[in-house]
Design a protein around this ligand. Structure first.
Ligand code: BTN
Length: 275
């Protein structure tokens, strides 16, 4: 996968990560999936928070086996290498920490009022439209070579989304509207995402997990405070009321007179997302 040499990293990206004191970003114009490249690169011993960036992905992956629409130039396709040393039982919280990191980086770069949809979609507006998604993939879990690749896809410019996505997705450019004369700088957003991810992972390592979770709860408040939700589990389709985020990252729901914890899967917010 990494037998092909990377393309020269754009100078603005080199400058932005260097001025943030971050490890280098490895850039490819065209890849199958930046997550694959990052997983392969991680085994060559590169430092934590080394990242892979591409202009276009041929087979971008999303959560739950979906594909991630990755046309040239319209999105940010970035994968960051995290080494879960010292995180132990907090390793699964990387995925929530990544949501916080990307939401804060986008808000900082664009001034948009973004929100989080559990577990880690960055959304905006009513109904929610998706601005960014995150796919964490792990390898060698439980060994000293364990790695978690945090794959970040951000919609930067309006693109010709497939019909099933068209009314559920949006882009930073579209949300900022006509009063902004220039698109936001991709290099700054790349550095911002990596820097924020480094900070949120530092908090997890430093036993400041509560800071990460509380930030998540603030950014995700609309979907936690008594919001009606639907999901499907081994019992079949279910409806309930979301009432919080557990300290282990689970979505807490009241359902059929009981309290339940959702740990994975797809949840639909009846009043916030398009059902
Ligand atoms: C989601 O389904 O919301 C997660 C989407 C994650 C997409 C990003 S783009 C960069 C990285 N490479 C991939 O193949 N997927 C992630």
């Amino acid at each position: 996968l990494i037998s092909r040499l990377p393309d020269p990293t754009p100078a603005d990206v080199v400058d932005a990560v260097a001025s943030g004191g971050l490890p280098p970003v490895v850039y490819y114009r065209d890849v199958e999936s930046t997550n694959d490249v990052a997983l392969a690169l991680a085994s060559s011993g590169v430092p934590e928070f080394t990242a892979v960036l591409a202009d276009v992905q041929q087979t971008g992956r999303g959560r739950l086996g979906r594909s991630w629409f990755s046309p040239a130039g319209a999105g940010l396709y970035l994968s960051v290498i995290v080494r879960p040393e010292g995180l132990d039982a907090r390793t699964p919280l990387i995925t929530l920490a990544a949501g916080v990191a990307v939401a804060l980086a986008i808000a900082d770069a664009s001034d948009l009022r973004v929100e989080l949809k559990w577990p880690n979609d960055v959304v905006i507006g009513r109904p929610w439209r998706k601005l960014a998604g995150i796919l964490c993939e792990a390898s060698a879990v439980g060994t000293s070579d364990a790695v978690v690749v945090v794959g970040i896809g951000v919609n930067l410019l309006p693109a010709a989304y497939p019909a099933e996505l068209a009314d559920r997705a949006t882009s930073i450019d579209r949300e900022r509207g006509v009063w902004c004369d220039r698109p936001i700088a991709r290099a700054g957003l790349v550095a911002g995402c990596i820097q924020q991810l480094r900070e949120q992972v530092r908090r997890l390592r430093a036993d400041e997990t509560a800071l990460v979770l509380d930030r998540w709860r603030e950014l995700g408040r609309a979907g936690l405070d008594g919001a009606p939700v639907q999901w499907t589990d081994e019992r079949g389709p279910c409806r309930g009321i979301a009432y919080g985020l557990g300290d282990d990252g689970a979505l807490l729901v009241r359902h059929a007179g009981r309290q339940d914890r959702l740990v994975a899967g797809d949840v639909v917010w009846e009043r916030l997302s398009r059902v």
